[in-house]
Design a protein. Sequence first.
Length: 724
Amino acid sequence: MKPKETDFDRDQELVVDGPTTFPVGRREFVKLTATGLLVLVAVDPLGARQETARLQTGRQGYPTDVNAYLHIGADGKVTCLVGKIEMGQGVMTSLPMLLAEELDVPLAAVDIVMGDTDLCPWDMGTFGSLSTRQFGPILRQAAADARAMLLAMASERMQVPVDRLRVKAGLVTDANDPKRSVTYGQLTAGQRIERKADGKAPLKPVPSYTIVGKSAKRLDGADKVTGKAQFAGDIVPPGGVLHARVLRPPAHGATLEHVDTSAAEKQPGVTVIRDGDLIAVLHAHRDEADRALDLVKAEWARHDPPVNDRTMYDHFLKQAGPPTTVAEGGSIAAGEKAVIAVVEGTYYDSYVAHAPMETHTATAVVENGKLTVWAGTQTPFPVKNQLMQALKLPADKVRVITPFVGGGFGGKSASRQAIEAARLAMLTGKPVRVVFSREEEFFYDTFRSASIVKIRAGITSQRTLALWDYLVYCAGERGAAQFYNIPNHRTAWTGGWSGATGTLHPFAIGPWRAPGASSNAFGRESHIDVMASRAGLDPVEFRLRNLTDARMIRVLNAGAKKFGWSPKTAPGGHGVGVALGIDAGTYVAVFAEVAVDKATGQVAVNRLTCAQEMGVVVNPDGALQQIEGCLTMGLGYTLSEEVHFTGGEVLEKSFATYALPRFSQVPKIDAVLVDAPEEASQGGGEPAIVPVGAAVANAIFSAVGARLDRMPMTPERVKAAMKG
C-alpha cells in the first residue's frame, strides 16, 4: 500500500505492590454495572511487557500484566474503564474512538471513566506516549471480544448463524433478512452478564475503519472552554475544606533545627499540625493560611553540595561514573582510518522545569474510615500504593480519583501533595486541600536533567559518515542511538534522566516529555549539521546521503516539501534549519526559520514545520494538537527555560525569572501527518518536541554563522557565539 501525505495547516520512586483486583462488589461499580455485559480481559502482550520493562528498569516489583475492562449497558451505552488519566493529551477522546471502532458503535455512545482506583482497572500510569501504542491494542482486543460475545448472544436469540450477522452502530442484523435485528442494549437488558474474554476475536483491518483516522471533537473540550471541567483543586467536599500550607526548607538537604509555631497558633481559625517531618498550618481560607505560615519561625541547617548552575558540568564529568554502551557497529579504529576528517563537538543542556499551569494539587477526605484523595497526578494507582504504605491502610480503605490534570509532562508522576493532604486529613478528621504555590512547584519539581553530549565524527572522501563515537552524560539513552547509515559507530551513556536528591544532582530529576531525548537530539543533530558544513553539502542533502531508513527518508522529504526547503540564506540574519528524531516509535522531522538580531542576540522563530509519521493515526486533529503543543513547548527549552540554583537552593521562584514562551512568540506552525497504515499506531504526545532545539540551533548557524553549543540559546549566548 503506497503511503500518502495528509496536510494540516494549523521523583519519587513509584512503589507498586501489584495490580489491584477487579472491583466487583464495590458500591459505585455495582451500580454502574447492575445490568449489561461486563467484559473482563487480562492481557499481557509481549510488546507491552518488553516496553514497560524497558521504561521501568530498576523499579522493584513492577507487575507485567495489564487488565482492561468495558461495560455495555442495558440502554446501549458503552462505558470504557481505564486507569489512564487526561492531562491535555487527548486520550479521553482517542481511547473511546478505538473502542467504538472495534465494537461497531457510534463514538457518541461511549462514555469513559478514567483514573479512579475504585472503578478502573490497575494501570502503571500515564507517561511515555504509551496510552495509544501500548494500552490501545489491549482496549481494541477487549472491544473485539465484546463484539464477538454479543454476536454469539444475538445468534442464540435470533437462531441465526453468526456468520450471517452484521453490525452497524450497535444494531445486529440478519444479512438475509434485514428486518430481523436486535440492538446491543436489547441483548443485555435486564441481565448482569460477566464474561472473561479469551483475546482471540479478530481485530478490524485498517481499510475498514470508519471512526479511527477521522478527526473527532475532543470529549473534554466543551467542559474545559466553559470552565465546567473540574481539577483536583476544584473539589469541595460537603462542609467545606481546610487549606493547608506546609513549612518548607530553604534548600534541598536542609534539616530543621528549631521551630516556633506559637504565633500561628494564636490566629483565629488556624489549626497547626506537627507530625514528625510534617509541619502545617490550616485554615478555611487560603490567604489566612498563608498569613499564619508567615508567622512560623524556623531555623534550618543547610547541607548544600558544592555545585551550582555554573559548575555543574565539571561536576558531571567527575562524578558520572563509567559509561554503558547501548549501540555499536563496526569498529571505531577502522572508522578513524576510513575518514579524511574527524570533527569533535561538545554540547550542553540545562536543568528545565515542567512548569504546568496547574501546580501539584490534592484534596483528601476521610469518611467512614475510608480515605479518598482527588489528586492531580499521572499515576493514581502508584499513588494509592504510596498512601497505603504511608498511612498503613488496607487497599479497600484507600481510593484515588484523578479528575482533569492541568498539565503534567512527566512532572506529576511524583505526588508529594497527595500524601501530605491525606496525612493532614487523617490527623484533623476534616477535608484538607494542598495546593502548591508556584515557588513550591519549582522547589519540588523533578527537573529534566542538565546534560553533556560529546561526539567524535568523521567523513569520507565521498562525503559520507564513517565514524560516530557518542557519549552522553546525565540524559540517559532515550534518543541517544543514531539512526544514520554509519558503518563504524558507538553510543554510550552515563548518568540517566532519573535520580533522587543527593546522587549526581542536588535535587530530584525525573521524566520530562520524552526524557533525555531532546538533549540527545540537540547534540546529535547539531553535530550532523557541523559534518554537513565540513562536507560542503546542504543539511538536507547530507542527511539523505547518510540515511537508509525508508521511514525517516519519507518523513524528511515530506517535511522539506511542506517547508519549501532552500539552503540559501536570506540577508539580514535570517536562516533555516532542520533536525530529525525518533521517539515512542514515531519519526519526526522539524524545520525552523529564524531571524537573529545581530545587535542584541535575540532569536525570533518565525516558522516551524513538522512532518510526523506515527503509524495509524487515531484522531488526526488530536495528533495535530499534540504536534503544535510540542513545538510551542519546545521553544521554551530551546530559547529561555533554565533552572538556576546554588547547592540545594532552587533560585527560580516564579515566572518572573523562569521564562515560558509567550503567545506573541509562537510562530506559524505547519504540520504534515505522513500516512502509514502499514504501521501500528505509535506515540504522539512527545516526539515532535525532541528535535526543536537542534532545528533552531541549526537555523541560527544558517543565519549568522555561529554554532550554539548550549541550551537555552539566550541572547547573551547567541552574542557570545557570534563573537567567538
